[in-house]
Design a protein around this ligand. Structure first.
Ligand code: AMP
Length: 475
């Protein structure tokens, strides 16, 4: 009896062990299967990237746009925009894009990259004539408006409907514009995502083209979550163009995730400033910065000048200082309303104000072709921003000048910029001492006044905000 009990116990133990072994085997098989599937998926979705390095001095792939088989309407607007020959990025990217390839374009703004992606899209749109055909994502509102302008100019002869959907503008107006079934939507990621989630009847399920312009910046600026959500609601079968000034790890990830056999076109090396740009620096004492700035502005009287500052407060105060002293200056920074930002930009573009005092919101992407001088009132805190700032001048073959004011506090950062540029910038001559001495007291007084006015403005804004809050609470 006792023996049989022991045997039973033993056999149930063996059963349990067998069961466990079977379970482990099944689990192992399952794991193996799933690894095989992942490997297979990875290998089917892995893309071959054809890299092309474009040397701007090399011969262009095509010499005139008429060599491409573009529809006559598109050719007509290219001609009326006076694009006689392609830029290097256009020469390499457009033929591949017309063949239907995805494109990774490594090129700075000013290289003609907007037309490089707009021309193939418009050519395809001519044949398809379908709404919600292309979505172009840009990191800043100004850049988005500028891209829309290029599309409108190139599509003017073919009845193109385009919209610009960015933050800071009325959602209802935008929803109405989207309901008009535009062909091309240029947008900042957050706002277009809002519409995809809340605007009834607006879907991008038939989208054919996605462009991510300044993709490095899009990813830098924490647009990641919005981008991911957009990528989920648009078709995976589409053409994608990814343009970026720099190739970062994040871009590499992005290109693997969503591109199909792309051609990578890189124009010139990462950090380069245009040859026709004359750059210089001035070593100035911090207390004399405003005086030197005012001196430079009068030296370059009548020229189109962008003055870059590091902070909103500096931009606001310096714009006021310039105006107090009779200069025609407008501010551009992130704390202005969208209407004010566009207002400043339009005044500058139309030359009704010849000085734009801006933070880095204006450093990238903005194409104001006739800027003559860039002054770095504050030097930027990273060298990439320097390249972008000075890239606002000397565009599309024109010449330009940049001057950076370097104080005793900026030396370390300045040396870093020099090492990225791979050259020393020549020192600008200081104005004669008697000129500075005569100017300085007036500038000092005007600076004090500008500070007082800035404070007043802040207080007013603060009061208004408090009142608005109180209103909201009452309601
Ligand atoms: P982007 O890099 O797109 O900001 O363009 C910079 C500037 O170059 C814009 O003012 C364009 O109008 C101009 N541009 C673009 N393509 C050409 C071309 N093929 N010929 C002359 N100018 C061009």
């Amino acid at each position: 009896m006792k023996d049989s009990k022991i045997t039973k116990k033993k056999s149930s133990k063996i059963d349990a062990t067998k069961k466990l072994a079977e379970k482990i085997k099944q689990q192992a098989l399952k794991n193996q299967q799933s690894t095989t599937t992942t490997t297979t998926t990875a290998s089917t979705s892995s893309t071959t990237i054809t890299p092309i390095e474009v040397n701007p001095d090399e011969e262009l792939k095509f010499k005139s746009f008429s060599e491409l088989k573009l529809v006559p309407e598109l050719l007509e607007s290219i001609q009326s925009m006076k694009f006689t020959k392609p830029t290097p990025i256009q020469s390499e990217a457009i033929p591949h894009a017309l063949e239907g390839h995805d494109i990774i374009g490594l090129a700075q703004t000013g290289s003609g990259k907007t037309a490089a992606f707009a021309i193939p899209i418009l050519q395809a749109l001519w044949e398809a004539q379908s709404p919600y055909f292309a979505l172009v994502l840009a990191p800043t509102r100004e850049l988005a408006f500028q891209i829309k302008e290029t599309f409108d100019a190139l599509g003017s002869t073919m009845g193109l409907r385009s919209v610009c959907i960015v933050g800071g503008m009325d959602m209802m107006d935008q929803a109405r514009d989207l309901m008009r079934k535009p062909h091309v939507i240029v947008a900042t990621p957050g706002r277009i995502m809002d519409h995809l989630e809340t605007t009834k009847g607006f879907k991008l399920k038939d989208l054919k083209y996605l462009v991510m312009d300044e993709a490095d910046r899009l990813l830098d600026m924490d647009f990641g979550p919005a981008l991911d959500r957009i990528l989920k609601v648009i078709p995976t079968k589409r053409t994608t163009y990814l343009f970026s000034a720099t190739m970062t790890n994040k871009i590499e990830k992005l290109q693997r995730a969503s591109l199909h056999n792309p051609v990578r076109v890189a124009v010139s090396s990462k950090y380069q400033t245009a040859d026709n740009l004359v750059q210089s620096m001035m070593l100035v004492h911090d207390g004399y910065k405003n005086t030197i700035l005012i001196h430079l502005l009068s030296e370059y009287e009548g020229k189109l000048i962008i003055v870059f500052t590091r902070t909103v407060a500096h931009a606001q105060r310096t714009a006021l200082l310039c105006r107090i002293l009779g200069f025609n200056a407008v501010p551009l920074h992130g704390q202005l309303s969208q209407a004010q930002r566009l207002g400043s930009l339009n005044k500058f573009k139309s030359r009704s104000a010849n000085i734009l005092i801006a933070t880095d919101v204006a450093a990238r992407g903005l194409d104001i072709p006739s800027v003559d001088v860039v002054i770095n009132y504050d030097i930027p805190t990273d060298s990439k921003a320097y390249i972008h700032r000075v890239g606002r001048t000397a565009r599309a073959g024109r010449s330009g000048k940049s001057i950076s004011l370097i104080t005793q506090y900026d030396l370390e950062m300045y040396l870093r910029i020099e090492s990225v540029l791979g050259k020393k910038l020549p020192k600008e001559d200081m104005p004669p001492k008697e000129v500075l001495d005569a100017l300085h007291p007036n500038v000092d007084r005007a600076t004090a006044e500008a500070i007082r006015q800035t404070k007043e403005l802040h207080e007013k804004r603060g009061k208004r905000r408090n009142r608005d809050d109180a209103d909201r609470e009452e309601r």
